[in-house]
Design a protein around this ligand. Structure first.
Ligand code: EPU
Length: 340
């Protein structure tokens, strides 16, 4: 059954905790629900549209004058398995970390490094979530979607998703048009853990054997030590992407800033640590109105309580300008700005 609510408060549906509302909120549990809702309320098709998971990567500029859709598709089913792999189809509305816990409990490798990322399964392919050396694109076989404009189904294999660093075809070409219904993940039964990122190997060793469970525990401990819990302090994880620059630019920056984290990409490009740049520019822990830069991770902007989206945006723009002036690097937001 679908549920349509007018004038819906979004405070508990955006992890910045911004006090905004939507003209309409629609919860659907199946594609038939969407068909029924638009048959009964055809004007919904004319409304501006926003599909939300848990709202953990959104920055609302003001009240949303349109339709917000929450796809509550639940459940897990095994689409295929053999001695080596299992292909698991998961509903878009499942909490991401419940999926990770489920896989680790069953001894399936592939998503353990992505433990404790806030949000829902449906959003994972949209922004190609990633952490500790793994991206969800590495384990996705298929993304099933409903086209909200013509009610057609469409299935995308991994190549067709055009995955890239924190983006995909669903975020670029089809944002708020294609709604992810289920995602099929390929997990390994005899997999290997990956602890090559930062201090992860050391953190795992401190917990004991290098097992799937210990990778999950180590990632959870690391995240909890650096990233603020959105239930306590509103935030949307990394506010900016780590910028991609040429090897020459990266080398010049490394001369200027010793210790700059750099990650070599293909084709002569290098990703550099935005958090490091922001910290070096003196922004870590700084406050601007009700917004602030987190004091443990400079890539994370927080709502100190009662902030507006405009205030958080103003802080982000001040940081962008300063980093551009000091280091010549343009920071791009990772969070999705939502105009009203
Ligand atoms: N660093 C600083 N100062 C800071 C923050 C980071 O010096 O204030 C340094 C750290 O010391 C470390 C390096 O920068 O050497 C990398 O830091 P970290 O491991 O915290 O990762 P990140 O590059 O800042 C990215 C992702 C995170 C993900 C972590 C771990 C992006 C935009 N962010 O952050 O993802 O959890 O790696 O893999 O790629 C998110 O997307 O919302 C997110 C939290």
């Amino acid at each position: 059954m679908y549920k349509l609510v007018p004038n819906f408060p979004l405070k508990h549906h955006n992890s910045f905790g911004l006090d905004v509302s939507a003209s309409y909120w629609l919860t659907i549990e199946s594609t038939e629900d969407w068909n029924s809702a638009i048959a009964q309320y055809p004007h919904l098709l004319q409304e501006k549209r926003l599909i939300v998971g848990a709202g953990t990567n959104l920055l609302f500029m003001r009240d949303f004058d349109g339709l917000v859709i929450s796809p509550d598709f639940f459940g897990y089913s095994i689409a295929y398995q053999d001695d080596q792999i299992v292909e698991l189809e998961v509903g878009a509305g499942v909490e991401w970390d419940d999926l990770v816990a489920h896989c680790v409990k069953n001894g399936w490798f592939g998503v353990e490094n992505l433990s404790l990322i806030p949000g829902k399964v449906g959003a994972a392919p949209v922004q190609n979530i990633g952490a500790y050396g793994v991206e969800v694109a590495d384990v996705i076989v298929k993304v099933n979607c409903l086209n909200l404009e013509n009610t057609e189904f469409k299935s995308f294999n991994n190549d067709q998703c055009h995955f890239n660093y924190r983006t995909s075809i669903f975020k670029e070409k089809y944002l708020n048009q294609l709604m992810v219904t289920t995602v099929v993940f390929r997990l390994q039964k005899q997999g290997k853990i990956f602890t090559g990122y930062g201090d992860l190997e050391k953190s795992v060793r401190e917990l004991g054997v290098p097992s799937l469970e210990n990778v999950r525990r180590a990632v959870i401990l690391t995240r909890e030590s650096k990233l603020p819990d959105p239930k306590v302090l509103g935030n949307a994880g990394s506010f900016f992407k780590n910028p991609v620059v040429t090897e020459e630019v990266a080398a010049a920056l490394e001369d200027l800033l010793s210790g700059l984290p750099v990650y070599q990409l293909i084709d002569g490009f290098v990703k550099v640590g935005a958090g490091f740049l922001i910290e070096q520019a003196g922004w870590k822990g700084r406050k601007l109105g009700h917004a602030a830069v987190h004091d443990m991770q400079a890539l994370v902007l927080v709502n100190r309580g009662g902030a507006s989206g405009q205030e958080i945006l103003a802080l982000s723009q001040a940081i962008q300008l300063d980093v551009l002036e000091k280091y010549g690097v343009k920071l791009e937001p990772e969070v999705q700005l939502v105009e009203g």
